[in-house]
Design a protein around this ligand. Structure first.
Ligand SMILES: Cc1cc2nc3c(=O)[nH]c(=O)nc-3n(C[C@H](O)[C@H](O)[C@H](O)COP(=O)(O)OP(=O)(O)OC[C@H]3O[C@@H](n4cnc5c(N)ncnc54)[C@H](O)[C@@H]3O)c2cc1C
Length: 340
């Protein structure tokens, strides 16, 4: 989910929890933690809080909420001015080279959660977030209650995953719900900007529960348009658990109903046609599925249950754990699968 160094730091901070904090921690429901997608759920010591501008990802800096917009039954788009330290450090700090997130702190109860700026720092020096509110999720509910002009404290950048130009022939991103946010950042910061000599092909398979829970048009429209204009470079597939009789909205490719399955993955990788080929029917066995070895990487981000189904559960202490689930049964190894 986050880089090893960030996880180690979280562990050190965790050790510093006071007894009072531990009691509060115990009150948080496990289900709630799962729903919010982050097992990182802790309280910071006061000495780590600061309003001075520093680029240390450990130090909170204050910034201003610029706008909020309802974008679904329980989600909002929030625009926050990037702290000046982010703007100054963008050129020199390597955290920004990666897919990165920030931790936002609920000031009232000193709980933080990580969120992904969808375009990184945009041209106007702002950070745009798509944030879901859960009935028992403290930071999401707190953020949804904020109005333009309110102060928001955040720290970052926190490296989520490092993109390496030329390292992969094929990158397949699989997301559920707000788990699409790191992939929208990857789209905006890498896929849209890759050079004509870049041969990496990208595929995004996204699933939401209902059509009205899909990310809003302002986020999906650019992906849909780019995939139509560049089908060899970027493929985009959208799933909903239940179409509810509605037709596909115009800002997405035709909706597929049901969860993402092995068949969907095979078809997006072009493996299905091999299995239906004449030699399979004639000899009764599958031909080599991938004649030219391709350097392929699967990135998975979504609710824990989905990550488990697609790629196997996380390991202990937020580690990757072995590859399991659908990708495990397809024979992919741990250097080909990354659980965000
Ligand atoms: C690196 C990272 C960055 C994040 N950034 C943000 C952010 O910026 N904003 C934010 O709000 N959250 C963020 N999160 C939190 C995270 O995305 C969500 O908490 C998590 O994805 C839950 O999403 P949801 O509730 O929207 O999913 P749901 O709406 O509950 O589910 C989405 C889909 O997942 C599929 N699914 C569910 N269960 C299964 C299963 N058992 N098998 C197969 N498929 C299943 C279904 O198709 C469903 O439609 C981030 C998480 C990570 C790891």
């Amino acid at each position: 989910m986050l880089s090893k160094s960030s996880r180690l730091w979280y562990r050190n901070v965790r050790r510093k929890k006071t007894i009072k904090q531990k009691r509060l921690h115990a009150l948080q429901g496990r289900e709630d933690k799962k729903k919010a997608g982050f097992s990182i759920y802790f309280f910071l010591d006061d000495d780590l809080s600061s309003t001075t501008y520093s680029i240390s990802p450990r130090v909170f800096v204050a910034s201003k909420l610029l706008s909020t917009e309802l974008s679904g039954p329980n989600s909002k788009l929030l625009k926050i001015a990037a702290p000046p330290s982010f703007l100054a450090a963008q050129q020199s700090t390597d955290g920004f080279d990666s897919i990165w997130s920030v931790c936002i702190k609920d000031d009232d109860i000193q709980v933080e959660r990580a969120y992904t700026p969808l375009t990184g720092v945009d041209g106007d020096g702002n950070l745009l977030f798509w944030i879901k509110k859960y009935p028992k999720g403290e930071v999401g509910r707190w953020l949804h209650s904020k109005i333009p002009g309110d102060s928001i404290e955040m720290r970052g950048p926190l490296k989520t995953w490092r993109w390496e130009e030329g390292a992969y022939d094929e990158v397949v991103m699989i997301s559920g719900g707000t788990g699409i946010t790191p992939f929208i950042q990857l789209f905006n910061r890498v896929i849209l900007k890759t050079t004509p000599t870049s041969h990496t092909r990208f595929t995004l398979l996204h699933s939401s529960r209902l059509p009205e829970e899909l990310p809003p048009p302002v986020l999906l429209d650019p992906l849909t348009r780019f995939s139509k204009a560049n089908p060899d470079k970027f493929k985009f597939h959208v799933f909903v658990d239940d179409k509810g009789g509605s037709i596909s909205p115009p800002h997405v490719p035709p909706l597929k109903e049901g969860r993402i399955t092995e068949k969907d993955l095979k078809s997006c990788l072009g493996l299905e046609k091999h299995q239906n080929a004449w030699w399979t029917r004639f000899f009764g066995k599958t031909a080599p599925q991938d004649e030219t070895p391709r350097r392929i990487l699967f990135l998975v981000c979504g609710p824990e249950a989905m990550v488990g189904t697609i790629a196997g559960p996380y390991g202990r202490n937020l580690s990757q754990g072995p590859v399991g689930g659908i990708l495990g049964s397809m024979g992919y190894s741990s250097d080909q699968v990354y659980k965000m």
